[in-house]
Design a protein around this ligand. Structure first.
Ligand code: GDP
Ligand code: MG
Length: 302
């Protein structure tokens, strides 16, 4: 159940060359402890992270994440090779009112840019630079149903300045569908109000629109309407109508199925990450990197 990830549909999207040598995709998870980051990772990439006996693979970091822990998985689906690195982070904001709590995370992201830049400058003939740049930060929002915390606003802004950030409403099963919709609208308003420019569309250069641009724009608009994805993670199965499904029992006595689109937006998030937006996340990261490089090279000249 849930073993198939779906990135093998990418051949239609991505350069052949890149496909042959395999490509890297690096996802980072940020948010307070206990919001279900590690669980969601395992739900997203289940079959690849957990062995057949349901144990974590030996190279898995300890369950309680205490440091930024990149773990790389070489996975292959129908001949398409992907080097997937998931970067779990310790709960930022565990220390209350610590305005520097995001610093190690921001440093990690910038360090990857700096590493890439050094490689670019010194090894011009190197045909392929290992790409450790963070292509997507999943930002976990506490399902309070109220509003974003001031610290969330600060963090979203700092992250959005340097990379692709996609917020998710964590543990969405703790909210009713109505509460979820209201919370989502509230979060969007706040992000808008604070002028935070999130992926996708944040770096788009206005250009004359042709047919293709219009299609892209429609896809972008649809995804923007969906974000933040209200997600539920679970590593367990529950029997529903005689069938095992990945899900959780709710406090109302029902079952929320992770993979059921009527229950939560987990499948939307997975499709977004591994099918519809994987290549764009990689390309947009190159733009964030360009901005970083420009700043670095200007600083060198001074
Ligand atoms: P992390 O600290 O952010 O990595 O959180 P964990 O993934 O370790 O999860 C913390 C606790 O929340 C565990 O007991 C999980 O079983 C539980 N949990 C994870 N995801 C969900 C979810 O979507 N809904 C609910 N209700 N609980 C969850
Ligand atoms: Mg964790």
């Amino acid at each position: 159940i849930g073993g198939y990830v779906g990135f093998d549909t990418i051949p239609t999207q991505i350069e052949r060359k890149l496909l042959r040598r395999g490509f890297a995709f690096n996802v980072m998870l940020v948010g307070a402890t206990g919001l279900g980051k590690s669980t969601l990772l395992n739900t997203l990439f289940a079959a690849h992270l957990i062995d057949s006996k349901g144990r974590f693979k030996v190279n898995e970091p300890p369950r309680q994440t205490t440091e930024i822990a990149p773990v790389t998985h070489h996975i292959e689906e129908n001949g398409v090779r992907l080097k997937l690195t998931v970067i779990d982070t310790p709960g930022y904001a565990d220390l209350m009112n610590n305005e520097h709590c995001l610093d190690p995370i921001l440093k990690y992201i910038k360090d990857q840019y700096a590493h890439f830049l050094r490689k670019e400058l010194t090894a011009a003939r190197e045909r392929y630079i290992t790409d450790t740049r963070v292509h997507c930060v999943l930002f976990f929002i506490n399902p309070s149903g109220q509003s974003l915390k001031p610290l969330d606003i600060v963090a979203l802004r700092q992250l959005a300045d340097i990379c692709n950030v996609v917020p998710v409403i964590a543990k969405a099963d703790s909210l009713t569908l109505d509460e979820r919709a209201a919370f989502k609208a509230r979060i969007k308003e706040e992000i808008e109000y604070h002028g935070i420019k999130l992926y996708p569309g944040q770096l788009q250069v206005p250009e004359p629109l042709d047919e293709y641009d219009l299609q892209e724009q429609a896809l972008t608009d649809a995804i923007r309407a969906r974000i933040p994805f209200a997600v539920v993670g679970s590593e367990r199965t529950i029997v529903v109508g005689g069938q095992p499904v990945r899900g959780r029992r709710t406090k109302w006595g029902g079952v929320i199925e992770v993979d059921n689109e009527d229950h939560c937006e987990f499948t939307h998030l997975r499709n977004f990450l591994t099918r519809t937006h994987l290549q764009d996340l990689i390309e947009t990261t190159a733009l964030h990197y360009e901005a970083f490089r420009t700043r670095q090279l200007l600083a060198l000249k001074e």
